[in-house]
Structures are given as C-alpha cells and as structure tokens.
Design a binder for this molecule. Structure first.
Ligand SMILES: *Cc1c(COP(=O)(O)O)cnc(C)c1O
Length: 340
C-alpha cells in the first residue's frame, strides 16, 4: 500500500509529535489512584484554571468523561435532555441508560446545532409520579463542525437556572469553537456546570479527555470514574501529552480551519462533488458524491495515492495537525483527476 500522506477520516488519527513524545518520556510519575501523580495533578489544575472551574478529572476518553458527568449529575430515574444527533445520546452506546438508568429525552437540533429552548421546555416533565425527573440539559460544541452561537450559552444557562436543570457541555472540540470565535474558553465554560474536553482530537494527544466542574461535582465524578474502570495508575505519561497539547496545539486549530476552507472551496469547483464552502466553520467539510456508484471507486483511487477518506456517498472530511497544505492540495488534485 502507498504510504499515507493525508488521512481525512477524523482528527483522532494524529500521532504524537516528537515534542509531545519527549514530554511523555520525561514526565514525573506517581500513582494517580492514590492522588500522587504530579503530572496528572498539574494537568487537572491547569485545565481547571483555563476553564475557570474549581476542579478537573482526567478520563480515558470523551465517552467516559461524558458518562461520568451524566452519572454525577443524575440519579436513577432522572432524565437528561439532549440532541437527537448528539454524541452523548447517539454515539456512546446508550451508556447513560445502560449504566445509569438515566432516561434520555432527545430533541432535534436546530440548523445551528442549538436546542430550541421552547421545545426543551415543552418536553420537561412535571413533578409527578408518572414521570422521570427532568434533571439535566446536555449541549455539544462544536457540533458536526458547527459552532454554537455565543449568545446561546447564556440563554441556555438562564433557562436551566429557571427550570432547576443542570447544564453540561460536551466540548470535545471546544477549542475549535474558541479559535473560530476568537474568545477564551471561559467565555463559554462559565455558563456550564460541567464541560468535557477531548485532548485526542484536534489537539493531537494520543489518549485523554478532561471533565471540569466544581469541587463537589468532580468528587462525585471521581467515584464514578473509578467504578467505570477509569482509575489509572502512572497516568502522568498520558497527562504529559495532554499538557503538551494544551500548551502547544490550541492556536494551530486555526490552521486546520483554514485548510478545511481551502479544501471546501477547491472541492466545490469539481463537477461530480457537491460541497457548500459557506457551511464550513471549523475543521470539518461535508461533501456528497453526485453519482453514488462512484463513491467506492473514488475511495480506492485516493487510497492508491496515499489519501484516506471515510463514508459512502455522504463524506465527512476532517483536517488536523497531521494534514498540511500539501495534503489538502494533493486531495484536490486527485479528486480533480478522478472526476476530470
Ligand atoms: C469524539 C467525541 C466524543 C468522545 O469520543 P471518544 O472517542 O470517546 O473520546 C464526544 N463528543 C463528541 C462530539 C465527539 O466528537
């Protein structure tokens, strides 16, 4: 097989850079289950400061971090309100229901990936023995590559305060949002009771997600993480990569966004591919192959040229720090040849 020059399947495919590996090699380690891994402790206080929260918890994955948050917010028989296409609802194996006896109340996203608060309100259950107890609203940012409008966070927070709901953000790609909007993490996180952040997406760490919230919430989350098998011993080796990612790779997300724009503009000009560059906000480009029969041959054609894509007729292309401008140009050239 040809060597890979650009893998557009996801921003999770990045390999740790030389600098990141060096940071992992030289990390000071302890036993985090005893709370004495200095690198984990440093990472947790670093992200807590960055997001303006009291405390943080290193989790094995975004799925675990979101699940731990749901378990910490909700009791058995409670309900969380969530987007129909949201990761926490659709792509995490139904963990909240399976492991927490927490009932999901999914609601369709609006075009901008917000949940219409009037529609949420209409689904809230009265305090009555017939119903699950509505307890938590869960949002996602970025969401299918889209960034939640800045004004929405405070409206959602006010709504939740009025309705007695807690508010969780699946911020797997939160820093893509802050880079796109030119705001600080705290401009967004201050509106939420808890936020989950992935280090292993565009930030380039091999493993790790962080959950932030107040001290009591994180103490509760800590217990659930242990129960889920997420208590890791010399986890500083992972925390060092996460710290490196936070210190070095946030600004570079803007480059990924620029690459996604270039990619979308180029693909939009190729007959046979449909793509609207105006919908590209961060590092994701959605395209559709006009002739469905050409989707599989295109994939093979690209693979022979070292380019990997994923999907059938509808394809999501994701840019990340292991795709440079040359990778984008190679993709455009190969697609041009294929459809030319
Ligand atoms: C990737 C992702 C997660 C977490 O996924 P893991 O693969 O478990 O780390 C959560 N939410 C969103 C929106 C994601 O894209």
């Amino acid at each position: 097989m040809t060597a890979i020059i650009a893998d557009f399947r996801s921003d999770t495919v990045t390999r740790p850079s030389a600098g990141m590996r060096q940071a992992m090699l030289s990390a000071e380690l302890g036993d985090d289950v005893y709370g004495d891994d200095p690198t984990v402790n440093h990472l947790e206080s670093y992200i807590a400061d960055l997001t303006g929260k009291e405390a943080a918890l290193l989790c094995t994955s975004g799925t675990q971090s979101n699940l731990v948050a749901l378990l910490a917010h909700c009791q058995r028989g409670d309900e969380y309100i969530v987007g129909q296409e949201a990761h926490t609802y659709k792509y995490e194996g139904g963990g909240a229901a399976v492991l927490g006896s927490i009932q999901p109340q999914p609601i369709d996203f609006e075009a901008d990936c917000t949940l219409d608060l009037d529609k949420v309100k209409a689904k809230l259950k009265a305090d009555n023995p017939h119903f699950a107890r509505s307890r938590l609203l869960c949002l996602e940012n970025t969401c299918g590559g889209r960034v939640l409008p800045l004004g929405y966070h405070s409206r959602a927070a006010e709504f939740c305060a009025t309705q007695g709901l807690a508010l969780h953000l699946d911020g797997a790609r939160l820093f893509n949002a802050t880079q796109q909007q030119g705001v600080t993490a705290q401009d967004i996180t201050r509106h939420y009771d808890s936020v989950s952040l992935c280090m292993s997406k565009g930030l380039g760490a091999p493993v790790g997600s962080l959950l932030v919230g107040d001290r009591a919430f994180i103490a509760e989350a800590h217990k659930w993480r242990k129960m889920l098998g997420g208590g890791m011993r010399q986890a500083g080796i992972i925390a060092a990569a996460c710290l490196y990612a936070l210190e070095h790779n946030i600004d570079g997300l803007s480059v990924d966004h620029e690459h996604a724009r270039l990619l979308a503009q180029g693909l939009a000009d190729i007959p046979g591919i449909s793509c609207d560059p105006l919908t590209v906000q961060t590092n994701m480009v959605f395209i559709s192959i006009d002739d469905a029969a050409l989707a599989a041959p295109l994939k093979t054609f690209l693979r022979e040229r070292g380019i990997i894509i994923r999907g059938e007729r509808e394809i999501r292309l994701v840019t990340h720090l292991d795709i440079d401008r040359q990778g984008v140009e190679s993709m455009l050239q190969a697609c041009g040849e294929f459809f030319g």
